[in-house]
Write a protein that binds this ligand. Sequence first.
Ligand code: GLY
Length: 393
Amino acid sequence: MKRNVTVLLCSLTFSAFAQAPVDVDKEFAFAAQQYERMLKAHPDTTKFPQSTNPDGSIRDMKSDWWCSGFFGGSLWYIYERTKDPAWKDAAHKWSMAVAKEQYNTGTHDLGFMLYCPFGNGYRLTKNEAYKPIMLTGAKSLSTRFDPKVGLIKSWNKFREYTYPVIVDNMMNLEFLFWAARTSGDNQFRDLSITHADNTLKNHFRPDNSSFHVVCYNPDGTVAAKKTAQGAADNSAWARGQAWGLYGYTVMYRETKDKKYLDQARRIADFYLKHPNLPADKIPYWDFNAPNIPNEERDASAGAIAASALLELCTYGGPSAKTYYQSAVQMLQSLASPVYKASLGENNNFILKHSVGNKPGKSEIDTPLIYADYYFLEALLRYDALRQKPEYRS
Ligand code: GLY
C-alpha cells in the first residue's frame, strides 16, 4: 500500500525526479550585466545586434531583418525580471525602433519582428500605443495569405518556386491569434488555423520530423519539398524542428484542438528520442548533419525547444515529466560555461554556439540574438513553473 502511494505521488509530481535547479536570479543578473554592455555598444537604434562576423566583430542588422524584434523582446524579459524602469525605457526604445516594419508586406516574419518586442511590451505595460502598431503589422502579414493556397507565403521566391512556405512560419501565428482577439476580426484566427492545418498535412514526414521548405503551386498543390538551411532536403534541420514544436504548442494553447497537442508531442518525441541528440540535449545544427559528432551545435534550437517544452509539459500526458526534465536539462546546459559567455565576451551576447545558416555559410558557431531571447523566455517559464509545488525539486 505504502509503495502504491509512493508510485502515485511520483506520477503526480515532478519533484520526485529532483534536478539541480537553474539559478534564474543568477542568470538574469548576468544577462542584465551583459546587455548593459550591449546597450552601450549600440547607441544607434538603426543597428540591431544580431551575431558575430567571421572576423570577430559584432554583426548588426537593420530593422527589416527578421531578427530585429528579438533585442527589444529580450530587454522586455530583463525588465520583467528586474522591474527596473531603466530596462523598460531601453525595451521601449528598441521596440519603437522596429515600429516602421508594421507596413512591411514583403516578409512573413512580422510575428518575430513585432510580437516579440511589442507583444511583450503590451503584456507588461499595457501601453496602448503598441496596439495599433501590432494590428497594422498583423494586417500586413495577412496580405501574404492566399486563400487558394491556404498558407502564408514565407519568401517571395525560392529557386524556381514562387510560393515557398517554411516551417518557421508557424511562429508567426501566435501574433495573429493576438490580433484576432484584440481586433475582434476572426479572419486572423481562421487563416492561422488553415495555415497550421496545411503545414500539418504537408510539412511532416512519417517519423514526425519536418521538411524545411514546402513549395506550393498556385492551386495549393505541393510542387516540391526542399531545404534552405538544413543539411539536405530530407534531413531534420534542428531549428526547424524546434520552430514546429513551439508552433504547434501555441496552436494548442490558442485553439484547444487536440490534434495540435498531438502534433507537438510527436515532434517533441522525435526530437528527444533522436539518437543524434547529444547527452546535454543541445542538438547539432541538423539531426542528420553528415559529420556528426564533428558538427556544430545549435544553441538557438536548444533554447527554442526548452521554452516550447516548458509550455508543452503543462498540458499533461504521459510524457509531461520527460518534457519538463528535458527542458531543465537544456537550460542547465545552456547556463553552463560551455554555452554561456563570460562577462564582456561574445560581443555581449549571452549564449555562444548557434548556427544561423550553415549551407549559406553564414553565422556558423556564433552567438545569435534569438538564442538569447528564447533562453530568457525559457528561464522565465521555468521560474513560473517552479513556483508551483508539483514542479519544485
Ligand atoms: N528563418 C528563421 C531561422 O533561420 O530560423
